[in-house]
Each structure stands twice: as C-alpha cells, then as structure tokens.
Write a protein that binds this ligand. Structure first.
Ligand code: ADP
Length: 281
C-alpha cells in the first residue's frame, strides 16, 4: 500500500521578485492507502499548489515529498512511474477529453504507459465499470455526453492507469446533486476495492463530512487544523474562526445537544430519534 507524506513542504512563487508569494508554508502530513483525506480552506489558501507536489508536478521550494519513504526529488527517482502511481484529477477534467470515442480516451493513459492491447482492454473495461460507463457511452464521442457522463469518462481515464493514490481537486464541482453523489461514490468504491489512498480537495462540507476519514484545514498556506473527520467537524467554533462552516445537519445536531457529532443526514436522523427517546431506527 502506498504512503505519501510531506515534511515541512513550502512553495514560494517567484521568489526574490516583487511578486513573491508563499503559497504553501511548512505543511506536513501522511496519507496511506485506505485513507480518504479531505483538504478544506478558502480559495487562495494553497490547496491546488500543495496537491501538485504529490506526483512531482511541482517541486518544493523547501521541504520534502516522500512516497513510501523515498524523496521523490532525490537524484534518479523515477517520477514518470510516480505519475502512474499517483493520479491527479484536476478541476473540470472533462476539458481534457479529446479523442473520437470515450473508449479511446480512457485507453490513452494505459497506451502511453506501454501496456499491450489485451492489458489496455482489461484496464478500460475495469475503469469503465468503476465509473459506471455503459457500452454505448464508451462508443460515443465525449462531446455527445452529459456533464455528469463526461466527468465520469474523465475519471475513468485516470482510473485506467490503476493509480495507488488518487488526488482530486473538486471532482464534483458544477454537477447536479445526483451526478455529484454518483461520482463521489465511484471514487469511494475505487478506494474500497483497490486499497488506494484518496486526497480530496472540496468546498463541499457535506462531501468532506460524508466521504473522508480525516481532514486538514488550510489557511494562508498552512495546515491550521488536522485530524479525524468527526473530531474536526465537532470543533464548530474553531472552524468558524477560519471562516468555514459545517454541514447543516452537523450544526442542527450540535445545537440540539445530540452528543455525538452527526456527519450525514442518516446519522443526524438517528441522533434526533435518540434524543426524542424513540431509540435507534
Ligand atoms: P487554492 O487552491 O486554495 O485556491 P492556490 O494554490 O491556487 O490556492 O493559490 C495559493 C496562493 O498562491 C494564492 O495567493 C494564489 O494567488 C497564489 N498563486 C497560485 N498560483 C500562482 C502562480 N502561478 N504564480 C503566483 N502566485 C500564484
């Protein structure tokens, strides 16, 4: 299982110039296969800059990125292989779809990795299954698909590389609630079935609460809170100091004095029923 960690990772844009900007400032964390980590924080807090370091796309100004304990910027480290192991899904990845059919688009990664035709077929089929794409969707042009289908096609393109870690920047942004839930469940299913590590950047507190196991709060390039998801969302006042909210169901339960922090509507309903003395569902 993969382990990705950063040690005092710092990234300064345009150092020494009048435009110098410290975007990431001494960030340390560890993410292991099986974990789903969320990163939350306002626009400009450094989330995108941070995640671009995790597959070697950006180089730290100082500090280190370690994968399985090895410094990915050490001399001789195979960063090309690393990009296959750590899949980065940018915002609106469907803009990168380009081929004539969805199937060809998904095959692009494995083909580029040098896989044989049989292996490419196997990977495309598996990725399509994870992303819930049908035969007819695979045969279609990416431009004929709906927004949700396009997003799942783009995700399948990354899953076909069979990454051991998936780093996603707002994977559900701009989708309707059903497509949103669907893509999140696809990602979690991939993690559960393969043991991959997931790093999820999102502005949706509902998604972070529902799907992650741990959370880091980023502000001005720093991790100002870090811990298990339930613990982080129980610190409502502290999150508010950083300008962040909790899911509405979490807040209602906190205000009702339900005790245990509720992260989802199902948990909230359970907690309220207990409070009303009706016992568990
Ligand atoms: P987030 O993903 O949380 O919105 P970013 O990592 O995009 O944050 O940005 C962090 C800070 O770095 C912001 O102040 C942003 O303006 C700045 N920044 C981002 N990209 C660049 C760049 N290419 N050159 C200079 N500054 C940048």
């Amino acid at each position: 299982m993969i382990t990705i960690s950063t040690e005092n990772l710092t990234h300064i844009y345009s150092p020494g110039s009048p435009f110098e900007k410290t975007a990431v400032d001494g960030v340390s964390f560890t993410l292991t296969g099986g974990e789903v980590m969320g990163i939350i924080g306002h626009t400009g807090s450094g989330k995108s800059t941070l995640i671009r370091h995790l597959n070697g796309l950006m180089k730290p100004t100082s500090g280190r990125v370690l994968v399985d304990g090895e410094d990915i910027f050490a001399k001789g480290y195979d960063r090309r292989l690393l990009r296959h192991r750590v899949g980065l899904v940018f915002q609106y990845p469907e803009y990168q779809l380009f081929d004539e059919t969805v199937e060809n688009d998904i095959a692009f990664g494995p083909r580029n990795m040098g896989c044989g035709e049989e292996e490419i077929k196997r990977r495309v089929a598996r990725a399509a299954e994870f992303a819930g794409l049908t035969e007819s969707e695979l045969a279609a042009s990416p431009f004929e698909l709906s927004g949700g289908q396009k997003r799942r096609a783009a995700l399948a393109g990354v899953l076909a590389m069979e990454p051991e870690a998936l780093v996603l920047d707002e994977p559900a942004a701009g989708l309707d609630p059903i497509s949103r839930r669907r893509i999140m469940l696809d990602i979690i299913a991939y993690a559960n079935q393969t043991g991959a590590a997931i790093l999820l950047v999102s502005h949706s507190m509902e998604d972070i609460a529902a799907y992650t196991t741990k959370v880091a709060v980023m502000r001005d390039g720093r991790f100002v809170m870090q811990g298990a998801t339930r613990d982080i969302f129980s610190r409502v006042g502290e999150l508010a100091e950083h300008g962040l909210s909790v899911p509405q169901v979490t807040r209602i339960c906190a205000e009702l004095g339900c005790g245990e922090t509720a992260l989802t509507v199902a948990e909230g309903a359970e907690a309220v029923k207990k409070l009303l003395g009706r016992g568990p569902l």
